[in-house]
Write a protein of this length. Structure first.
Lengths: 370, 359
């Protein structure tokens, strides 16, 4: 930046021609403009507008996993309830969805790695300080139980089709497998249901345990938003795939979870404050989250009001799943925005530092006079 | 409980916590930016010694800084800031306020005895040097080797580890490139290397353009020739400064400190570095340069103190450093607790939806 004594005497900026449109096409992106215009009009300082914390190098696969993991977890719970209380269609759909979504999600996670060939290094250690390590083990356990439950489901279907007796009572290896699976059916269902809530909730910790400002500061409410979204996605899938005679629990789950999610999300925005919640309200992430809210509420109302008609249930279910997808993408994107713009790193940090100093705490700053 | 209390935050000895039975003094840098001349010898020496590949040759429109930021292939980064007199006055003023906050009541081990306490430099005395029309801030940034390193805490594979010198190093043959450390670092130091292998070959989707730069200029340097030809090692692997672990093991000085022609980068035992830093800032305050301040010498800060300390001449964010970094895992117990409640809530919702008459 150059200075000379005449800088202060510059004539006022000429108002631009036209309706104040940018002239980027004429002057090479406005590079020739007066230098004073290039001073950024912001209340904080940064190093050439560069981000301080780095955004997670994660692609849309991770956002997809957030959704798929939710579908898997919610479906396992619906399957367990369906098994216990006699909703066979709900049980069947839930079991297929649980392991299907978990497998797809696991694939998405592996694909996003910088070295996918080393995906199994996740199993090298158990590390409680790493939500990703904890989550890998949760996903592994969940997938194990869910695949057992699915295997049992498949053999049940096969033996029913072949009119029971013949396959079951024989002394063949197949018959032995069928009998074993009958015994493990209960424990497998219970195991999957036990690992379902951690599977749905840990992804919130995964995002929150970063330096990404909006993710980290939402750590108190984000788990509640994510488990509700998991329930909604699973309920949506069940509404699409389960006959209306058996979709009662899915409809109730949709209504209850939509309420929980809306409340938790509102509280999260409020707690984040005006600066850190801005990425949740504005831009692409804001649009996604508004769409999510509309879809979720429409889907929940639809499932309660129209859930007894096949078409109404299916449409509501699709809306609920779309709402969950939008929520995950929106939260994911909002975090990226908050990491890339240094404003979200500097302003809250300056505020909390100033607040501590105002309260008389002067010994915990990284910047010291001596 | 004494041991566990300081495992996620607060002052502690990281090498001892990592169960090293070999006792080495904790090593660190002191980067005195007041005598940095911006020659970038540290950047070059680091690349040469560590075999760090080239990461794009671009003019970034940021004074003499065409490196951009610390990253997978930039382990030392020299920042350049040009400031006019009003900014210098602001920096001096913020420095005076910092001095006026008074001597921190140090809770940790490295307490200054009264004899060591430098004389107060709060009052702008008659010795205040005149404020020049402009100045250049040059600062060589590097990994902080935090006492509580978020990158290390969140690494799911154990690829990152704490060395006997208290530093943090990536094992490139273990890392699977999950990228968690990248998001966790409060200083934005560690990064996954882009290149031919993996899906990152097309560069980052989240780059934003630089203010005042022609459209199309991106935060992320485009992949270099070597990167696009698959000649780069450790593509897809998280990379950062190792504080020259290989040289330390042989009793050598890290390459950057060895190459620094002005001794702006000093290397040694961390205690010694902090004492040097305190002596230097006191000297500058005595000369009236109240804008001088230290960054990273306090063990009570959000990351439990850093292994790399800096003497800065303005607010940290001017140099691209966070003003109040906090290791994210300090809140982890609370995060898991909240997630536990949320999990119970999920079970409750599912159970409630099976209650009532069948419809």
């Amino acid at each position: 930046m150059t200075t000379n004594p005449f800088d202060a005497d510059r004539p006022p900026e000429r108002t631009r021609r036209g309706k104040g449109q940018r002239r980027s096409d004429q002057n090479g992106g406005g590079r020739r403009r007066d230098e004073s215009l290039m001073v950024p009009d912001v209340s904080f300082d940064s190093y050439y507008g560069r981000h301080i914390v780095k955004p997670a190098p994660w692609g849309k696969e991770i956002a997809a996993y957030l959704f798929l993991g939710g579908v898997a977890a919610g479906s396992a719970l619906l399957a367990a309830g369906g098994r216990a209380l006699g909703y066979p269609a709900l049980r069947r759909v839930g079991r297929v969805a649980a392991i299907g979504a978990a497998a797809l999600g696991g694939g998405a996670l592996a694909k996003d790695l910088g070295k996918p060939s080393r995906a199994l290094n996740m199993m090298r250690t158990v590390k409680l300080t790493s939500p990703m390590s904890v989550g890998s083990w949760i996903l592994t356990a969940f997938s194990g139980f869910s695949s057992l439950a699915l295997a049992s489901e498949v053999t049940q279907a096969v033996t029913e089709r072949s009119h029971g007796g013949a396959t079951r009572s024989g002394g063949s290896a197949l018959a032995r497998v069928v009998r074993i699976l009958e015994v493990v059916d209960g424990p497998a269902t219970a195991g999957a249901a036990l690992f379902a809530p951690p599977l749905a909730a840990y992804t919130a910790v995964l995002l929150a345990d970063t330096a990404t400002p909006t993710w980290h500061e939402s750590y108190r409410e984000l788990p509640f938003v994510f488990v509700s979204s998991a329930n909604l996605a699973a309920a949506g899938l069940a509404l699409v795939a389960v006959p209306t005679a058996q979709n009662g629990p899915a409809r109730k789950l949709a209504a209850l979870s939509a309420l929980t999610e809306t409340l938790a999300f509102e509280r999260m925005q409020e707690k984040l404050g005006p600066v850190l919640s801005a990425p949740l309200r504005t831009g692409k992430s804001g649009r996604l989250l508004r769409a999510s809210k509309a879809l979720t509420i429409a889907g929940a109302v639809g499932s309660v009001a129209l859930g007894r008609s096949r078409v109404g249930a299916a449409v509501s279910g699709i809306a609920l799943m779309a709402g969950s997808v939008c929520l995950r993408l929106g939260v994911f994107e909002a975090g990226m925005v908050s990491a890339i713009d240094p404003k979200y790193t500097v302003e809250p940090q300056r505020q909390r530092l100033a607040a501590r100093r105002a309260a008389g705490v002067v010994d915990d700053s990284i910047t010291t006079a001596r | 409980m004494g041991f566990w209390r300081n495992q996620l935050s607060g002052p502690t000895n990281p090498a001892a916590d990592a169960a090293w039975d070999r006792h080495e003094a904790r090593k660190g840098f002191f980067t005195d930016t007041s005598i940095c001349i911006g020659c970038k010898a540290c950047e070059v020496a680091c690349k040469e010694w560590n075999g760090v590949p080239e990461d794009g040759l671009d003019l970034l429109n940021q004074s003499y800084d065409n490196t951009g930021a610390l990253g997978a292939s930039t382990w030392r980064h020299v920042a350049f800031v040009e400031q006019t007199s009003d900014r210098i006055e602001q920096a001096r003023e913020s420095g005076r306020r910092l001095v006026a906050l008074g001597m921190p009541t140090v809770r940790g081990a490295d307490q200054l005895t009264p004899a060591e306490t430098p004389p107060a430099a709060a009052a702008p005395g008659p010795t205040d040097p005149a404020i020049p029309d402009m100045r250049w801030l040059m600062a060589s940034d590097v990994c902080k080797h935090c006492t509580h390193a978020a990158c290390l805490d969140v690494c799911p594979t154990g690829a990152l580890f704490r060395t006997e010198f208290g530093t943090v190093v990536v094992q490139d043959d273990v890392c699977n490139g999950c990228g968690y450390c990248v998001a966790a670092c409060p200083f934005g130091v560690i990064e996954r290397r882009r290149g031919d292998e993996g899906h990152e070959s097309t560069g980052q989707s989240h780059g934003i353009s630089i203010k005042g730069a022609p459209s199309g200029w991106s935060h992320q340097n485009p992949p270099s020739y070597a990167a696009s030809n698959g000649e780069v090692k450790n593509v897809g692997i998280a990379q950062k400064c190792t504080l020259c672990y290989d040289r330390l093991g042989a009793g050598q000085t890290p390459a950057c400190a060895q190459a620094c022609p002005t001794t702006s980068i000093k290397f040694g035992d961390l205690d010694e570095m902090r004492a040097t830093a305190r002596a230097r800032v006191a000297e500058l305050h005595d000369l009236g340069f109240s804008e001088a301040r230290l960054y990273g010498v306090d063990d009570n800060d959000g990351v439990g103190g850093t292994g790399s300390t800096f003497l800065l001449l303005d607010e940290p964010e001017i140099y691209g450093l966070p003003p109040d970094p906090r290791v994210t895992t300090a809140d982890l117990p609370d995060m898991f607790r909240k997630a536990g409640y949320a999990g119970l809530a999920m079970l409750g919702l599912a159970a409630a939806s099976f209650v009532g008459r069948r419809r």
